[in-house]
Design a protein around this ligand. Structure first.
Ligand code: F6R
Length: 611
């Protein structure tokens, strides 16, 4: 996590960096800071969001043509002014920003303290910078060489950008495990954690790879590996518009992104699914169809909301393809020495494509011979690049920290994949294949009707906003939706919520039920319907307040629940793309009703690039 931005060229650096930091705030907002080169080095830092830094700098001389900026998600050291980046070297000539974690920083710090270095912060970043400075002094070498030597000794993940007061025309950057994009302008360069700060200046970008070092001047970009060999930069064109990363009249990105879902699901299906022709065209799947349809096992690795999408996919793939599926938390999978066979297929699901645990999990599985398939939203991200094949979700930039439209797009991609594999494998008959194709194709048209529950849910949010706890229950395909509903509520409203399989609640959580507990049932019409009706009765018998998401025309649950939210009918395999939308809206409106910053919930960051 953490967002970094840097600029070198003829423009005023500060406004470019400030705007970029605001775009990257989703990556962390514990503190922010800038270092500007203007006849000397000026460093400004502030605890809190970027707006607080901006306010504190009003009236200051911020003129500069080179600078670096950082918005922080705290790892080492509490959120504070002194732990904010950029950090400065002992002699005050170098400044550095860093995204990642230096794991052996304690050992390096010990060595530096013995040599008389002092530390102004608790961060690993300051240690790395002073280590670079020490190498520069001892080896009497330039900054580039010192950075190279230092990086060979550090373990962990990083993107760093360093500026040197004595060389104001050069930025040095390097990457391992955290993302870095360099935008190429006319006589200028832009650096950032993702393309959003760059998009309005240039569409030509270079994605820096692990173990690469960049020497950036206004009119020159040199890429080298840590062995000091030159690498030819691979320039790609950004396929993203500025409007996609702005709020477009909505109060929050989260609401905008919820309301984008008719289009994002449509975009995800477009050009792939053709129900009239009875075809699914997915090049990544087609090119690896032998591995996919003959897989002895599919393991889905992911975190958070993406893990919930993986759980839905488990049900869908097992049902349609008859291939055993396991869904793993990437953070557990990577450390527990899992058994992986050559015939295994790993599907990595990730919005950002940068989640550190997911990335390392698939690197390890790849080493052991598994085929890696990435289902990723951010084009060109690390997970998409190390996967053997993949399918992008095409949901567009997701800025709200809580994932919404990425989830439904993940479900759309994973369902298409399952249908395609099932068709190729012959595990689905043509009638059912055609029926499900039509059901999936109809989803974008059903989302607007689901979004019409908006106003009703806003009122429900007012009614339930003061509850201390929530229980979310679902069965079958809607069980992961219940988990997702609980996660959304926790993130956005800070209300404790638990998601559970509806039948499992009598093995423990039912003890929580009393007249104060709202219980959200995700209970659309499916093969589990009668069973979930019984579960609702069990809650009602104990005086719990039932809020049920139901299919239109469901009189049975309408007559039992305290509140119902009605969504259009859809086959149970694709219904989660609809039933999750009221979950997203409920969390959003409860967060708003409580006066919270729903786009930037406390302690969170969008892209979790630390383990
Ligand atoms: C929840 C949320 C997180 C992410 C998780 C994985 O709203 O956004 O739980 O889903 O951090 O992130 P990605 O999908 O980028 O790998």
């Amino acid at each position: 996590m953490c967002g970094i931005v840097a600029y070198i060229g003829p423009k005023e650096a500060y406004p470019v960096i400030l705007k970029g930091l605001k775009r990257l705030e989703y990556r962390g907002y514990d503190s922010s800071g800038v270092a500007l080169l203007n006849s000397g080095l000026k460093v400004y830092k502030k605890k809190g969001k970027v707006a607080e830094l901006e306010e504190s700098l009003v009236g200051k001389d911020l003129h500069a043509h080179a600078g670096i900026g950082h918005t922080r998600w705290a790892t080492h050291g509490e959120p504070s002014d002194r732990n904010a980046h950029p950090h400065i070297s002992e002699n005050g000539k170098l400044a550095m920003i860093h995204n990642g974690i230096i794991e052996n920083y304690t050992q390096l710090k010990g060595e530096l303290v013995k040599k008389g270095y002092t530390f102004q912060s608790d961060t690993d970043t300051e240690v790395l910078l002073k280590f670079i400075e020490d190498i520069q002094l001892n080896n009497e070498c330039g900054l580039e060489e010192a950075v190279r030597i230092a990086l060979k000794r550090v373990t962990g993940a990083y993107v760093i950008v360093v500026i040197d007061q004595d060389h104001p025309d050069t930025l040095i950057a390097a990457r391992k495990g955290s993302p870095l994009v360099i935008g190429i302008g006319k006589g200028e360069h832009f650096l950032a954690s993702d393309a959003s700060p760059i998009i309005e200046y240039t569409k030509e970008v270079v994605y820096i790879n692990d173990y690469e070092l960049a020497i950036i001047r206004p009119d020159e970009l040199i890429l080298k590996n840590l062995g000091n060999e030159k690498i030819t930069p691979y320039i790609t064109k950004l396929d993203m518009e500025l409007a996609a990363i702005e709020k477009g009249g909505y109060d929050h990105f989260m609401l905008k992104e919820i309301f984008e879902q008719p289009h994002t699901i449509f975009d995800c299906l477009r050009g792939r699914l053709d129900a009239n022709a009875g075809t699914i065209t997915m090049a990544g799947v087609q090119n690896h169809i032998e591995q996919l349809k003959n897989a002895s096992r599919i393991i889905i690795v992911a975190c958070g909301t993406s893990w919930h999408a993986g759980l839905v996919a488990e049900y869908v793939i097992e049902e349609l393809c008859r291939i055993p599926v396991e869904v793993e938390y990437a953070s557990e999978f990577r450390y527990r020495n899992p058994v992986i066979h050559k015939g295994d297929v790993i599907i990595a699901v990730s919005q950002s494509g940068e989640t550190a645990d997911t990335l390392v999990a698939i690197e390890k599985a790849k080493e052991q011979g598994a085929t890696i398939f990435g289902v990723v939203n951010v084009v060109g991200s690390s997970i998409s690049r190390i996967s053997h094949a993949g399918a992008y979700t095409h949901a567009g930039p997701e800025i709200g920290v809580a994932s919404t439209k990425a989830f439904t797009a993940q479900l759309a991609v994973l369902t298409m994949m399952a249908l395609k594999i099932a068709q190729e494998k012959g595990s689905i008959d043509n009638k059912r294949f055609m029926y499900l194709l039509n059901e999936l194709q109809a989803i974008p048209e059903k989302v607007p009707a689901t979004l019409q529950t908006n106003e009703q849910i806003r009122k429900l949010a007012d009614k339930y906003k003061d509850a201390k706890d929530f229980l979310y229950l679902g069965r079958g395909y809607n069980f992961p939706v219940a988990l997702e509903g609980a996660l959304k509520l926790k993130e956005i409203s800070y209300i404790h919520a638990e998601g559970y399989p509806a039948a499992e609640m009598k093995h423990g959580p039912i003890a929580l039920v009393d007249e104060t507990l709202p219980v959200v049932f995700v209970a659309t019409k499916d093969s589990y319907h009668e069973k979930i009706v019984s579960n609702i009765q069990e809650i009602k018998a104990r005086k719990g307040k039932v809020i049920a998401v139901i299919t239109e025309g469901d009189e049975v649950i309408s007559n039992m629940a305290d509140d119902v939210i009605v969504v259009p009918a859809a086959d149970e395999l694709v219904a989660p793309m609809l039933s999750v939308i009221p979950m997203q809206l409920l969390a959003y409106y409860i967060g708003v009703a409580k006066g919270l910053d729903v786009d930037k919930p406390r302690n969170l960051a969008k892209s979790v690039t630390v383990e």
